[in-house]
Write a protein that binds this ligand. Structure first.
Ligand code: PEP
Ligand code: MG
Length: 575
């Protein structure tokens, strides 16, 4: 058996009676009781129709179910310590659950047409959602709340658990098939001790979220579905294991497994080669974490996460204020750059207000910068308004702004983006390298930009034709794959000729062993979740550039990902 087979088969298996094995997705370890996250609900069945003699009784189930849902939402909103805005949303949605117009419409469908009650609620809510969306503005923003209430009511009527992350009474290990960004908005590191998913790869949203919370995570962990609610487990996000532990084992994060806690000073190798260690952030609390751990700036501000629940385009003033608030925690760190990525809509990042038409292959469709590129779609000035808001927000926060576009494949796309960003007043403009064609066309592309930043998550998915969300393909979506490293090598060689800085902001930059290779290849900045940065900085500071170069050569020459890991460990030990 080759080493590749060993690793690829290792993803999602259980070694005899030993721990469950998955793909390591966020470092550290924690012990806690399992809390299972119910699967999202599909559309309830439209039939069979309720017989005439049962319609009254079935219709009469709707109001008590709504009362139960409303009471639960009220109780959730009343939990001590909840942020007031979250509590207010929960109180408002609890009132929505008992909205007489919604309940009357659903009840009428059961009485008059024999529609099953869960389906009736679904259909009645759909009309409300459509009406709210048509009204636009503030009303349209409530459509997502109605959909949430609808799903809770449907679950209650079907007698199945409500979808989404349940309220956590205490420190817990969340176990799910997969987690959507919206599921996890209210998670806190104190209560969500660790995340384990059956699906997802090391670059999925669960992994990104876990790193931003600074909690350990294991993804693509087949067998996790067999863990019962309340079972005490130890999740090791560095090794990628989940083990059942004896009752009475102390619950909490394993601080010793977490490694160093801060980036100390400008990061250099032992022989003085400078590497910028910067943060991936999406909102103000990430920026606060970045400042706390001593990040030297932001290499990736993911702007679309702010828009995930917006059903209309946020106003220019709201966008500007939002960006300023996100950037403000880093304002004290004079001169450090904040690199914002413009909207990366589509595929794994739905942006409802763009109303993008469905496509058979969204990951290969009009997504990322293609949504705004005159060569393909353009979208009525949304990009120009975002650029202006970023410039304004950075000025308000008093930070240095760099901007880059996602999903660029050609030099022409890069040139059009650069022109628009400069017209909006951005001084430093770059693009992300996420499509293999951009590397093969690097000579022309690099001539258009001030910097590039490699999104290894997407670059790997497109290089291997392997969906980054797929647990089964986690072995291919492995940034240690020599084919990916050879592509990066080619990019870095072109970048030296063009004298263009090359950053990496995909999850590859969160793996301290792999960052040794990246530095050896010539990458000039590493951007990862704040919690990953201290370990990355410590590893670089412990080695000289020659050792990094030797490690890179060894990885490039390896036959497979596991061989690359082993070769780099050997090269680093010899250094
Ligand atoms: C990437 O693709 O590597 C990246 C950093 O962007 P995202 O994960 O947000 O797609
Ligand atoms: Mg990407």
């Amino acid at each position: 058996m080759s080493t590749t087979e060993t690793r690829e088969q290792q993803a999602g298996t259980r070694g005899g009676d030993g721990p469950l094995r998955g793909t390591p997705a966020s470092r550290g370890a924690a012990v806690g009781p399992v809390v299972r996250v119910p699967e999202p609900l599909g559309e309830p069945a439209a039939g069979p129709a309720v017989p005439a003699e049962r319609r009254e009784a079935e219709a009469a189930r709707i109001a008590p179910a709504a009362a139960e849902v409303a009471a639960r939402l009220m109780a959730l909103g009343g939990r001590p310590g909840l942020a007031p805005d979250v509590a207010n949303v929960l109180f408002a949605t609890s009132m929505m659950a008992e909205d007489p117009a919604l309940l009357d419409a659903a009840t009428a469908l059961v009485r008059e047409h024999g529609t099953p009650p869960a389906r009736a609620v679904h259909e009645a809510a759909a009309r409300f959602v459509a009406a709210l969306q048509a009204a636009g503005g503030y009303m349209a923003e409530r459509a997502g709340d109605v959909a949430d209430v609808r799903d809770r009511l449907v679950a209650e009527l079907l007698g199945v658990p409500a979808p989404g992350v349940p309220p956590l009474d205490g420190p817990s290990v969340l176990v799910a098939r997969d987690l959507a960004p919206a599921d996890t908005a209210t998670l806190e590191p104190g209560t969500a001790l660790a995340l384990v998913t059956e699906e997802g790869g090391p670059t999925s949203h669960t992994a990104i979220l876990a790193r931003s919370l600074g909690v350990p995570a294991v993804v693509a962990c087949r067998g996790a579905a067999g863990l019962d609610e309340g079972t005490l487990v130890r999740v090791d996000g560095t090794a990628g294991t989940v083990a059942v532990v004896p009752a009475g084992t102390p619950v909490g994060a394993d601080v010793a497994a977490a490694g160093p806690r801060a980036v100390t000073g400008p990061v250099t190798t032992t022989d003085g080669h400078r590497v910028a260690v910067v943060a991936n952030i999406a909102e103000a609390k990430d920026a606060e974490r970045a400042a706390e751990v001593g990040a030297e700036g932001v290499g990736l501000l993911r702007t679309e996460l702010t828009f995930l629940s917006a059903t209309t385009e946020p106003t220019a003033a709201d966008q500007r204020a939002g960006y300023a608030a996100t950037m403000a925690p880093l304002a004290g760190t004079a001169g450090v750059p904040i690199t914002a990525r413009t909207l990366d809509a589509g595929a794994d990042k739905p942006v409802p207000f763009l109303h993008m038409p469905p496509e058979p292959n969204p990951a290969l469709g009009v997504r990322g910068q293609r949504v705004f590129d005159q060569g393909t779609a353009d979208h009525d000035g949304v990009l120009d308004r975002q650029l202006a808001a970023l410039v304004g927000g950075a000025a308000d926060a008093g930070v240095r702004l760099k901007v880059m576009a996602p999903m660029i494949a050609t030099a022409g796309e890069a040139a059009r983006f650069v022109a628009r960003a400069r017209a909006a007043g951005v001084d430093e403009v770059g693009v992300m390298i996420e499509v293999p064609a951009a590397v093969l066309g690097a000579r022309e592309l690099l001539a258009e930009v001030d910097f590039v930043s490699v999104g290894t998550n997407d670059l790997t998915q497109y290089l291997f034709a392997a969906d980054r969300q797929s647990g089964a393909l986690a072995g291919l979506n492995d940034p240690w794959q020599p084919a990916l490293l050879r592509l990066l090598d080619q990019l870095c060689r072109e970048a030296v000729v063009a004298a263009t800085p090359v950053g990496v902001c995909g999850e590859a930059a969160a793996d301290p062993d792999l960052t040794v290779v990246l530095v050896g290849l010539g990458v000039t900045s590493l951007s990862a979740s704040p919690s990953a940065l201290p370990a990355v900085a410590a590893r670089i500071a412990a080695l000289d550039l020659d050792t990094c170069r030797r490690a890179a050569s060894a990885a490039l020459a390896a036959p497979d990902a596991e061989g690359a890991r082993a070769a780099v460990r050997a090269a680093a030990d010899a250094g």
